[in-house]
Design a binder for this molecule. Structure first.
Ligand code: BTN
Length: 249
């Protein structure tokens, strides 16, 4: 395994999970280190799912956050906005948006996901895990158990991964600094980029196949979703949201 330190970026050819790697070395890694892997053999997704991580096609990144005096879910705001910033810089033609709690979508399909894990060390902190589908082919994407896309699928063009990574590193640092100074501003921006806000959606709550229909009325600073079913407002701290954007316009 090749491991090379460069400006707080650690490049690994192969690892089980960049989140696992960063969490295990948390105390020894400098603040704002970005761990990048060419391939993951056991990429972790939310809800114990596997994150499909084929070699040298996508971004598998973990950002080490050591000076962030807020609850862990707020670190995902930093990561999500940095991913949107990076898309805006590298592929501005893509129609990308955030879907609570931790997804980045392009039109109707997921293009990136975040998994933030709290670290109870000295100092305490977080690892912001980011997976972005870049050059993944449609045949491979279609084997994923939810609608998924990549930059290649959307634009027909292959991207140079290094350009995306350099931009992502820059935006993560910028958002981290501004979040440390003024987390309210980050929250407001993150919330406003959640396309589901004030729109009708369906939510799988994870409770015995329960699916709720209604309208998202708020996403709180506590990270919870407030959802009006027509009869009452329900508060959810997790769930899979579905929205049909085509039916809205
Ligand atoms: C999700 O389920 O949407 C979250 C996916 C997060 C995947 C990334 S890839 C880099 C980092 N390392 C991991 O093992 N997972 C995250």
């Amino acid at each position: 395994m090749k491991e090379e330190g460069f400006n707080n970026i650690i490049w690994l050819d192969e690892i089980d999970s960049t989140n696992r790697y960063a969490a295990d070395r948390f105390e020894n890694l400098p603040d704002a280190t970005l761990v990048i892997a060419g391939r993951q053999t056991a990429g972790r997704g939310r809800h114990q799912r596997v994150w499909i991580s084929p070699p040298n096609e996508n971004i598998y990144a973990s950002f080490v956050v050591k000076n962030f005096p807020y609850p862990i879910h707020k670190s995902s705001w930093i990561g999500s906005l940095a991913v949107l910033d990076t898309f805006a810089e590298i592929v501005p033609e893509l129609d990308v948006w955030l879907k609570w709690p931790n997804d980045v979508y392009c039109k109707e399909r997921k293009i990136a996901g975040l998994l933030c894990e709290g670290i109870h060390g000295t100092p305490p902190g977080a690892v912001i895990g980011i997976g972005v589908n870049i050059n993944m082919q449609p045949e491979v994407l279609d084997r994923i158990d939810q609608p998924a896309t990549s930059v290649l699928r959307e634009t027909g063009k292959k991207l140079i991964l290094k350009n995306f990574i350099k931009s992502l590193a820059k935006h993560l640092c910028r958002r981290y600094i501004s979040g440390s100074i003024h987390i309210e501003g980050i929250y407001n921006e993150w919330k406003s980029k959640n396309f589901i806000l004030n729109r009708p959606v369906e939510i799988s709550t994870g409770r015995k196949g329960e699916v709720l229909k209604g309208k998202v009325v708020d996403i709180g600073e506590d990270g919870d979703l407030y959802f009006n079913t027509g009869e009452k407002v329900v508060r959810l701290f997790s769930g899979d949201v579905r929205i049909n954007r085509n039916s809205l316009f």
